[in-house]
Design a protein around this ligand. Structure first.
Ligand SMILES: [Zn+2]
Length: 207
């Protein structure tokens, strides 16, 4: 049996805590140090240090159990959205936006900057924010960026007013049938991902 011992303060500088790792009642020892990636022994050599940073190894050459690692990482990204800026401004202002070719009238969602038929630069326009379910399922694992409680309903949605659609969350208890009319809703909170500003709700059941 491998388990965790009590976590207690070490009194060492930095974000250290002591975690004991044991198996079969025999406590093993190892050192993990957060932040700087260094390694050190505690005075009584009776603890595994851990923190929110990098793990630097724990001795297991004697056949003892490996220490359990508890690693928490937080990454902050800053992306330039470039030509998609009107789309992201639309998310902030409560509107879905698509693009249209001024020459041939083709439309796109997700938006494209150039028409793939005649290479004309497209123009932006607002969508009504409604659509119809093409297919839906219940998802039991969260997206990698988090921010959604599981399980949740994920659906492929053909949007009204554009030749395209989106696969996104539908706020519903039951899996909606194909053809169900949904409408986009916007959240004011700052989500983990910009597209989490939106979700869809059932507007009209047509099936
Ligand atoms: Zn075109």
């Amino acid at each position: 049996m491998v388990g965790e011992g009590p976590v207690r303060s070490t009194g060492l500088p930095g974000d250290f805590r002591v975690l004991g790792a044991f198996r079969g009642g025999r406590r093993r020892h190892g050192i993990v140090r957060s932040g700087l990636g260094g390694r050190s022994r505690s005075p009584d050599a009776g603890s595994v240090l851990r923190g929110g940073g990098a793990w630097c190894g724990a001795p297991a050459l004697d056949g003892g159990p490996l220490s359990l690692l508890h690693i928490e990482m937080a990454q902050r990204y800053r992306h330039a959205v470039g030509s998609a800026d009107p789309f992201h401004k639309g998310l902030e202002n409560g509107v879905l936006r698509a693009t249209e070719c001024p020459e041939c009238g083709s439309t796109w969602f997700p938006p494209r900057q150039f028409c793939d038929a005649d290479l004309s630069e497209t123009t932006w326009y607002d969508l009504p924010g409604t659509g119809r379910i093409v297919a839906a399922t219940r998802v039991h694992s969260p997206p990698p960026f988090g921010g959604i409680d599981v399980p949740y309903i994920l659906a492929s949605i053909r949007l009204d007013g554009v030749d395209g659609g989106i696969t996104h969350r539908v706020v519903a208890e039951e899996i909606p049938e194909r053809g169900t009319v949904v409408a986009v809703t916007f959240s004011n909170r700052q989500p983990a991902h910009p597209l989490l500003r939106i979700a869809f709700v059932v507007k009209e059941v047509t099936a």
